[in-house]
Design a protein around this ligand. Structure first.
Ligand SMILES: Cc1cc2nc3c(=O)[nH]c(=O)nc-3n(C[C@H](O)[C@H](O)[C@H](O)COP(=O)(O)OP(=O)(O)OC[C@H]3O[C@@H](n4cnc5c(N)ncnc54)[C@H](O)[C@@H]3O)c2cc1C
Ligand SMILES: NC(=O)c1ccc[n+]([C@@H]2O[C@H](COP(=O)([O-])OP(=O)(O)OC[C@H]3O[C@@H](n4cnc5c(N)ncnc54)[C@H](OP(=O)(O)O)[C@@H]3O)[C@@H](O)[C@H]2O)c1
Length: 527
């Protein structure tokens, strides 16, 4: 095992993933180490580009710049590369959402087949948080190892970077210079600014995984978009009474604003059926506590309510992290405080680029990665543009909910008439048919058909092109990213081409079988 000095220079050390993990664990716990440098000092301190922030935007951008023959330096305050996704955001969210799906199935099927009676004491929010906390440095170590050994990225981690001017960044007592800067410093939870939000027992997605040290018993979630719905669904699946307080209708802002109305209805009904209290058009006016949180005062359309709680989660959006460059650079920002860029990730300052969450929504991994790589390609003189307004999107409840393209309403507004393929068929209730039965919902198909999910494919009958796809169920994300790619080509994807795909499953998986039933129909009709 490599023993590290305080400011270790690890360039060329060939550290294994196990060694990286030990370094990360001790550095993150504060037990040792200042900056950890993987810099080829023989080449000096000047780079083609410096990436400030080593999350998905910075790391992927640096990798592509390097692939194109450039010299990249990544500066990162945590002792690892990869950023917030594996540390506090997507990865714990996916762990919790997978647990939510399993626990939901256990509750639904308890006493049937091999499922024992549901025992709320068997599942623990704290235990899952602790599991994540204890194991998260495994993926972190992999990313440090991969970045150093496989990608040849130079980096300094466990250090605060400070931008001095458009070409110079200070980190770990050194000034590094570059022909270009890429600001990739991410975002953090935006707090709503209500009385009591600083009380012990009030968390956001990051402090939940960093600080939780007790088992929550009664929960209030404030917010109405992805974080609120995903974490609220998880808490309820663990068996905790959970209320979501949303100032708009649930799932009508951020990415979910582009969900089809029928899909949203299916999802919200399903959450309510599972026992989540959803207060819409309601405002949390005060978080109450005496030393720690005791409840939340809420103004609802029917009056004021007091919701008891020993745990409150704030899922009220994100704001840009700009402290390392805001004073030094006269940048242009959008009205919400995100760095303004063009389609090539150029800011208003020559040679200064920005990528990832710091440039604003959508805040999704693919957008962070691709905006980082777009900046790198632009810097290296390639003709690179990235438009991220039309995207495939998803969230978790106890279902995986996925959507891409137009909603039925949007398609009607654009094309006049539309054809749809929908399951359960229009006019039927979810319990009227076991379909859509697919991978992951077979057990429900034969026990609780109302739980198998929802699918809708929207087609422009004139061009026969698929213009929207919408799904609640399991396992559609992968299919949708490819379908969206096909739909987005100039030629689009017609219903007839969809019906020509070779599906690997008997059921209605992602419309292929049903598209074949309708392919060749001269005048398309809905089914
Ligand atoms: C709860 C939650 C769940 C999510 N789930 C998903 C999901 O399932 N799928 C999905 O696609 N997206 C998901 N997202 C969004 C996704 O996590 C982000 O879009 C993505 O991680 C942003 O990457 P980034 O590189 O822009 O920022 P980050 O990953 O935050 O990277 C920024 C980096 O900059 C560093 N930094 C900042 N300032 C300095 C400084 N002065 N010096 C040195 N380093 C600095 C930070 O330490 C950080 O590592 C989720 C978000 C949240 C909040
Ligand atoms: N792909 C994924 O699965 C995933 C998962 C989690 C997060 N993310 C990303 O991470 C980002 C953050 O997600 P998010 O759900 O926190 O944010 P978001 O999508 O920006 O939504 C913010 C929510 O908080 C509400 N809100 C904002 N300020 C409020 C206030 N002062 N008081 C009460 N409510 C307030 C908003 O309500 P209004 O509608 O009334 O404004 C909205 O419901 C998003 O960009 C999201 O895409 C992605």
């Amino acid at each position: 095992m490599t023993v590290l000095r305080r400011h270790p220079d690890v360039h060329g050390a060939g550290l294994s993933i196990v060694e990286w993990r030990a370094i990360i664990d001790s550095a993150y716990s504060g037990a040792g180490h200042g900056a950890i440098r993987n810099v080829d000092e023989a080449r000096g301190g000047h780079f083609d580009a410096i990436f400030v922030g080593g999350g998905s935007a910075g790391r992927f951008g640096a990798a592509v710049l390097r692939s194109l023959g450039g010299r990249a330096l990544v500066l990162e305050r945590w002792p690892f590369l990869g950023g917030s996704c594996p540390h506090q955001a997507c990865v714990p969210h996916h762990l919790f959402s997978e647990a939510a799906r399993e626990l939901d199935q256990w509750q639904a099927l308890q006493g049937r087949l091999w499922f024992p009676p549901f025992d709320p004491a068997a599942a623990s929010i704290l235990e899952l948080v602790q599991l994540f906390r204890a194991q998260r440095s495994g993926p972190h170590a992999h990313m440090n190892w991969q970045s150093a050994d496989q990608l040849g990225i130079e980096f300094v981690v466990n250090t605060e970077a400070e931008v001095l001017d458009t070409r110079t960044v200070r980190a770990a007592g050194r000034a590094y210079t570059a022909d270009a800067l890429v600001l990739a410093t991410g975002s953090r939870a935006a707090l709503p600014g209500i009385e009591g939000e600083g009380l012990p027992g009030v968390f956001d997605y990051a402090s939940l995984v960093e600080d939780l040290d007790y088992e929550p018993r009664r929960i209030v979630v404030i917010g109405g978009s992805k974080v609120a719905v995903e974490y609220g669904s998880f808490f309820r699946a663990v068996g905790r009474p959970t209320t979501i307080v949303s100032r708009s209708a649930l799932l009508t802002s951020g990415g979910p604003a582009r969900m089809d109305a029928d899909l949203r209805q299916f999802v919200v009904d399903g959450m309510r059926t599972r026992g989540i209290d959803v207060l819409e058009h309601s405002v949390a006016t005060r978080i109450v506590g005496d030393g720690r949180v005791q409840g939340v005062e809420v103004l609802t359309p029917s009056g004021t309510q007091f919701l008891e709680a020993d745990f409150v989660l704030l899922g009220t959006g994100e704001e840009a992290v700009t402290d390392s460059f805001a004073d030094a650079l006269p940048l242009r920002y959008d009205p919400r405080g995100f760095v303004a860029v063009d389609d090539r990730m150029r800011t208003n300052l020559d040679g200064v680029y920005a990528a990832g969450d710091v440039i604003g929504p959508p805040m999704e991994m693919f957008k962070s990665r691709r905006s980082g790589t777009t900046a790198a390609r632009t810097i290296m003189g390639l003709d690179a543009e990235f438009h991220y307004q039309d995207i495939p999107d998803f969230l978790h409840t106890t279902y995986e909910v996925t959507w891409a393209g137009l909603t039925e309403d949007e398609a009607r507004a654009r094309f006049g008439d539309v054809a749809t393929i929908q399951l359960p068929p229009r006019g039927m209730s979810p319990g009227d048919t076991p379909l859509p039965m697919a991978e992951g919902s077979m057990l429900y198909g034969f026990t609780l058909p109302e739980r198998t999910g929802f699918q809708k494919c929207v087609i422009d009958p004139g061009s026969r092109k698929v213009v929207g796809i919408h799904h609640a169920g399991y396992g559609a994300k992968t299919a949708f990213q490819y379908l969206h790619h096909l739909m987005s080509r100039p030629a689009g994807l017609t219903i007839d081409e969809l019906g020509d795909m070779n599906e690997l499953y008997i059921s209605s998986d992602y419309f292929v079988g049903y598209a074949r039933l309708r392919a060749n129909q001269a005048t398309l009709t809905s089914m």
